[in-house]
Ligand binder design. Structure first.
Ligand code: MG
Length: 260
């Protein structure tokens, strides 16, 4: 189950704007010869990253979203605001399973995002049930967070994937219980007045300093076992983190808003 809380949010937006009944965007085609979530698709080659380090200090123009002490920049849900109920201790936040995803109070468009994460040790569960969380740019486009160390899953759902669309270029995962980093460059999609996509979203992702997505065009919202068309949305929307039922941890979250 990877449907984000954002689905309801986007639906409410689209109903308000009347776009739902007349979305001009087609259902995207599979971006490869493989069916979505195909297990027989080749697994990403393993590349062992360098040694983990201390949290990367934010630069002077960064918006610091989590400095290890407080969830003040976050809330439980963008449509029905409630406090974020994840655990904060010892400089990290941890998914409190069952409390739901969390969203930034502020919205963002084009960004450079730095975020560090750690999957639980000892590992529990297999495939998508091991250390699953996710980072949803604009509450809509998921960069998968998963324990992909000695844990086989469908390649378009591995760590470093753009969920359900593009596997990582390589498997750059560290073991569970070790901090990992994502550095993400995200360019938002653009829409014309009718809601038609004029420029799709794009992402570049480094996992643990290793390129795993190279200026990849995103073909639509990331969904589980389904292809959804782009649906026009605001220029800025919250960043959300997923509660997938696993106590995955995050720390050192900051971004730079990029000029368009
Ligand atoms: Mg996920």
């Amino acid at each position: 189950m990877t449907r984000p809380l954002a689905t309801a949010f986007l639906l409410s937006l689209s109903v308000m704007s009347g776009a739902l009944a007349q979305n001009p965007n087609p259902i995207p085609k599979d971006p490869s010869p493989w069916k979505q979530h195909a297990m027989e698709r080749p697994q990403p080659v393993i590349v062992t990253p360098g040694a983990p380090g201390a949290p990367v200090p934010p630069p002077s123009d960064a918006v610091v979203l989590f400095d290890g002490t407080s969830l003040a920049k976050w809330q439980g849900n963008p449509t029905v605001p409630m406090p974020a109920r994840w655990k904060v201790q010892d400089g990290y936040m941890e998914v409190a399973p069952g409390t739901g995803g969390i969203a930034t109070r502020q919205g963002f468009g084009d960004v450079q995002l730095h975020i560090e994460w750690m999957t639980p040790t000892p590992p529990r569960g297999e495939s998508q049930e091991r250390g699953n969380s996710g980072i949803f740019l604009m509450s809509t486009y998921e960069v998968q967070v998963l324990d992909s160390y000695q844990n086989t899953t469908y390649p378009d759902g591995a760590a470093g994937s753009i969920y359900g669309q593009f596997p990582p270029l390589v498997n750059a995962s560290r073991p569970p219980g070790v901090w990992q980093t994502y550095d993400i460059v995200f360019h938002r999609p653009h829409f014309d007045a009718t809601g038609k996509v004029t420029a799709p979203a794009r992402m570049t992702i480094f996992q643990n300093g290793i390129l795993v997505q190279d200026d990849q065009t995103v073909i639509g919202p990331t969904t589980n076992s389904r292809r959804d068309p782009y649906l026009a949305h605001a220029d800025k929307l919250p960043l959300t983190l997923q509660d997938h039922g696993n106590p995955t941890r995050f720390r050192d979250i900051w971004l730079r808003e990029l000029p368009e």
